[in-house]
Design a protein around this ligand. Structure first.
Ligand code: F6P
Length: 512
């Protein structure tokens, strides 16, 4: 840690010792607190007035972001510098949203593939592009997992309005495959195989399964090729395969890729107009994040609050409570975005980190959560932080009720409730949280929100000096699964780990 960074870190530790022992009601809120601890970016408001901090903490956190030149690093990232050193790659998801500062070469490439994608989607939607049967498509079956699935399902669910039905198949268990295929007619089904690497086993297994299903149901081996779209960065593998191909630039990471050709199912389900608004919203947030000073920068503030809670107030989990029905899949999406990006213990210099990195990210759709796990939030023993996602837009009184609930839960998690003589009725409170309020729930606002979280993640990567764009930790499990799979299908195959080998031998007879 550079000396000035270490000094600010020590100062934050001193400040935190006071805040850890302060009771929630000692945070007497003055009217200007709301002015000082809220910021708005074009209809998206961030309110961190219910966090366990004061002016001194905020100043030191901002000093920390300035000491590491956080904004300049974001600008260099946007401009296409290598920010993913372990894979020697830039991170250019922002270029897909047409950031003027992005590298020209990549931008040109993107412009061409973007126009091609739009044209293809328009033709599918209008019925001009058909499958082997000559009839218009009614359904889309999307095969893909992780970053090639979560954002797509979230956005299709949030904004879907076209005539096409979308079905997602991510993991390859037979039950899932059966469920996905049961209602589909191959003659009217467009199959999308989305995989950045085009080597992910679950996606490949599903591709194989769906190919067989197509051949069986149609009696034709070539039928699928007219109904097939492949999306990947792996151009050489795609070259030998049938179907329509879209290429995703290597510099666009899987969990940051829904804006690219990977967003085809979204484009098909929400239509070109909303898809444009989605990208415009994300671009708007990009422009804000790359230019606004730290104290009024939504992504930097969100990252600094996460750092304060994780590293100084020792929270171990962060819950995302979505009081916007359209965003019911947001917690799962953020789980991958934040935990795959920031679940790291080695710095970009290859040294062990000296502090915690990301907390567990979890959450759910509200108000269902209130009738399930909020008891834990209010009277459990763990400390956590939270983001409340709510909307001021209301079409019915029930929407107002939902907003009231979000504000109530936000208030109680911080202030608790201590006026009862019965100890089982008291609530400790003291859990810091941020309210993210959307004026409107539409494509633009959702684009802004997802981009905000992407930039929060990048900022935390820079603040913790870790690489938020790689994911080496998941590789070992894949190699092991391959070896164990071999032992499960070929009983003579011996595993080098004795205990594991014995365990497999015990399981083998039960497979019958
Ligand atoms: O295993 C993790 C992961 O590599 C994610 O990073 C990625 O989003 C997902 O698998 C799917 O990968 P692909 O798009 O290459 O199939």
């Amino acid at each position: 840690m550079a000396p000035d960074v270490a000094r600010i870190w020590r100062r934050l530790e001193e400040l935190a010792s006071d805040h850890r022992s302060q009771t929630p009601d000692s945070y007497v809120l003055q009217p200007d607190v709301l002015r000082d601890r809220t910021l708005s970016v074009d209809g998206l408001m961030l309110d961190w007035s219910l966090q366990r901090l004061d002016h001194d903490v905020i100043e030191s956190l901002i000093e920390l972001s300035d000491a590491i030149d956080l904004q300049k690093r974001l600008q260099r990232q946007f401009a296409g510098e290598i920010v993913n050193p372990t894979e020697q790659r830039a991170a250019l998801h922002t270029a897909i949203r047409d950031t003027p500062t992005s590298r020209r070469t990549v931008n040109d490439q993107l412009r061409i593939s973007r126009a091609e994608l739009r044209l293809f989607a328009a033709n599918v939607l209008s019925g001009r592009t058909t499958g082997y049967s000559g009839g218009a498509f009614t359904d889309v079956l999307h095969l893909g997992i992780g970053g090639s699935h979560l954002g797509q399902e979230l956005l299709c669910d949030a904004l879907g309005n076209t005539r096409l039905n979308i079905h997602f198949l991510s993991n390859s268990q037979s039950k899932h495959i059966q469920n996905a295929l049961v209602a589909l007619n191959p003659a009217k089904t467009l199959v999308i195989v989305a995989s950045k690497s085009f080597t992910t086993p679950e996606t490949q297994q599903n591709f194989q399964h769906v190919s067989n299903w197509f051949a069986e149901r149609t009696g034709r081996l070539d039928a699928l090729s007219s109904n097939l779209v492949l999306i990947s960065s792996n151009e050489s593998v795609l070259a030998g395969l049938p179907g329509k191909h879209f290429i995703v630039p290597e510099e666009v990471g899987g969990r940051y890729s829904v804006w690219s050709a990977m967003g085809l199912p979204v484009l098909l389900r929400i239509g070109p107009e909303q898809f444009e608004q989605l990208l415009e919203g994300a671009n708007l947030m990009d422009q804000h994040v790359v230019a606004a000073p730290s104290s009024v920068n939504a992504a930097i503030m969100l990252a600094l609050l996460a750092l304060w809670n994780t590293n100084f107030l020792a929270t171990t989990s962060h819950t995302v409570l979505s009081y916007v029905a359209a965003l019911r899949w947001l917690p799962g999406y953020l789980q991958q975005l934040e935990m795959e990006s920031l679940g790291k213990s080695v710095t970009v210099d290859g040294e062990a980190v000296s502090h915690h990195t990301t907390s567990v990210i979890w959450g759910g759709e509200e108000t269902d959560g209130q009738h399930a796990w909020h008891q834990w939030l209010h009277q459990g023993t763990h400390s956590y932080s939270a983001d409340f996602i709510a909307s001021a837009e209301h079409k019915t009184l029930a929407d107002v009720w939902t907003l009231a609930n979000s504000l109530a839960q936000h208030h109680v998690t911080f202030f608790g409730h201590q006026d009862s003589a019965d100890p089982e009725k008291n609530i400790r409170g003291g859990h810091g949280s941020t309210l993210i309020l959307l004026d409107r729930v539409n494509a633009k606002a959702i684009g802004m929100l997802l981009a905000l979280y992407e930039h929060k993640v990048a900022c935390l990567g820079y603040l913790w000096n870790i690489n938020p764009f790689d994911q080496w930790g998941v590789e070992r499990g894949k190699v092991m699964a391959d070896e164990i799979n071999k032992a499960l299908v070929e009983p003579n195959h011996t595993l080098s780990n004795t205990l594991l080998n014995e365990r497999v031998r015990k399981i083998l007879p039960r497979q019958k």
